[in-house]
Design a protein around this ligand. Structure first.
Ligand code: ADP
Length: 430
């Protein structure tokens, strides 16, 4: 028997005794029994009533006192109450610590509700996003009115970020990231990238200026070297030296051209494309040009399964496709084979450039599109590692992606995948 029932027995015995006494006095044992039950019931009703009143008033500190079974009930409620109080204090402390930490964060942090409404924000959000206390409850898209941000908030891929100017000052550049958590809740984090943008602009301006300044002297030098190399009166040993010098100036010119196109691509804004590019014709032209340029080359096969055109810049796409095809020609042995395939996909269209070249080890693949990243190959390092960086930028400007699949000793496949919105299938007849 539990302790509670143990302490209840005296009351039961007392009620029975009173009942027995009354039965003897009135010579009616049923009356005694009823009276005893009534007394016992009244005691419990009294305590239930006290407990109800106490619960209704909600004054946790003044818990009623009881005896017998009720002493145990009150004690357990009291213990539960104390435990809850401790837990509440602990939770409040953690919440306070979290709020203090988030408030001290240098990045603007905004808690968004299921309807994109602002539920909470830290001090940095006041400074960087210009939020005020009375903005709580308002939708964030009403306060940050940038189409890029609205699109990101509604349909965006939250694994990426979006850059917008700060509503406080156009000089401040913010990188916005949304982190979903819980059910329908999201955390908006705005990081100040003004300095980073500034450094990036300084770097690209520097590269553009230096490249531009080097272009003229190099052209002059190349012109003189060509003239000297053509001079038949020069001794053969000198002719060779001048030819080497000419080759090196051509290399430098290619480097400068590559750097200038990359800087131009990086610094120009994403345009809204109006023109369509006839990809089948463009590919045929590029291949003809490259065939002339590379006399000794692997077998080239162009397969046009699609007639699709692409919305974009012919000049940029020509540069990207030429880079990919020229790479395949450069790195594939002459006895190898290159297949260039333009085809439709369920979502958009795709250009595959597949070669039977040396392939690329998996550890290099994620870094291939970095500026100046090169892999030592059997044929030597003929390029500067700018080609694929240019390809990546051009494709990104056309909302397309570059996929690289490669197996060492077997070959590589570089694919440019264009989304449906960029592909035009029905070309109007003129
Ligand atoms: P590069 O001017 O050196 O060719 P890219 O950016 O075009 O620069 O290519 C980067 C590196 O990727 C190259 O150094 C080369 O090692 C590797 N690469 C590119 N295309 C191929 C290919 N089709 N087969 C094997 N390696 C390739």
């Amino acid at each position: 028997m539990s302790g509670a029932w143990g302490s209840e027995w005296p009351f039961i015995i007392f009620a029975l005794l009173v009942g027995g006494l009354l039965s003897t006095v009135f010579h009616q044992w049923t009356l005694g029994l009823w009276l005893c039950l009534l007394v016992y019931l009244l005691r419990h009703l009294f305590h239930i009533n006290r407990l109800l009143e106490w619960l209704r008033e909600g004054r946790p500190s003044e818990l009623p006192r009881g005896s017998g079974l009720w002493e145990e009930v009150y004690y357990l409620i009291h213990r539960l109450q104390r435990r809850n109080k401790r837990r509440k204090k602990q939770l409040l402390r953690i919440l306070e610590q979290f709020r203090t930490a988030t408030a001290a964060l240098p990045d603007a942090t905004v808690v968004l509700g299921s309807q994109d409404q602002i539920d909470w924000f830290n001090h940095a959000a006041e400074r960087l996003l210009g939020l005020r206390r009375n903005d709580v409850g308002h939708t964030i898209s009403g306060l940050l009115r940038y189409p890029r941000f609205t699109h990101y908030l509604k349909h965006g891929d939250y694994t990426t970020t979006v850059d917008i100017p700060s509503p406080v000052s156009n000089h401040l550049q913010l990188e916005i990231r949304i982190v979903p958590y819980g059910e329908d809740l999201r955390l908006l984090i705005a990081h100040d990238v003004t300095q980073l943008h500034f450094m990036e602009r300084v770097r690209s301006d520097f590269v553009a200026n230096v490249s531009h300044e080097l272009r003229t002297p190099l052209t002059v030098l190349k012109g003189y070297l060509e003239t000297i190399a053509e001079n038949n009166e020069l001794p053969v040993s000198y002719t060779k030296i001048f030819q080497r010098m000419e080759e090196q100036t051509v290399r430098m010119q290619n480097l400068i051209d590559g750097l200038l196109s990359l800087t131009r691509l990086e610094s120009s804004l994403q345009p809204v494309w109006q023109q369509t590019v006839d990809v089948p014709i463009l590919l045929s032209l590029i291949i003809e040009e490259l065939k002339v340029l590379y006399e000794k080359r692997p077998f080239l096969q162009l397969i046009l399964e699609s007639h699709a055109h692409v919305l974009g810049s012919e000049q940029e796409l020509r540069s990207a496709f030429s880079n990919l095809i020229a790479n395949a020609i450069k790195y594939c042995p002459t006895e190898g084979q290159i297949v260039i395939l333009w085809r439709d996909e369920a979502e958009g269209a795709r250009l595959d450039i597949q070669d039977t070249g040396p392939g690329i080890a998996p550890e290099h693949i994620p870094r291939l599109t970095e500026r100046f990243y090169r892999v030592e190959t059997e044929k030597g390092k003929s390029g500067f590692g700018l080609g694929l960086a240019i390809v990546k930028h051009v494709l990104a400007r056309h909302s397309a992606e570059l996929h690289i699949v490669s197996i060492v000793q077997q070959g590589s496949c570089f694919s440019a995948c264009f989304p449906a919105k960029q592909v035009v299938r029905k070309i109007p007849c003129i």
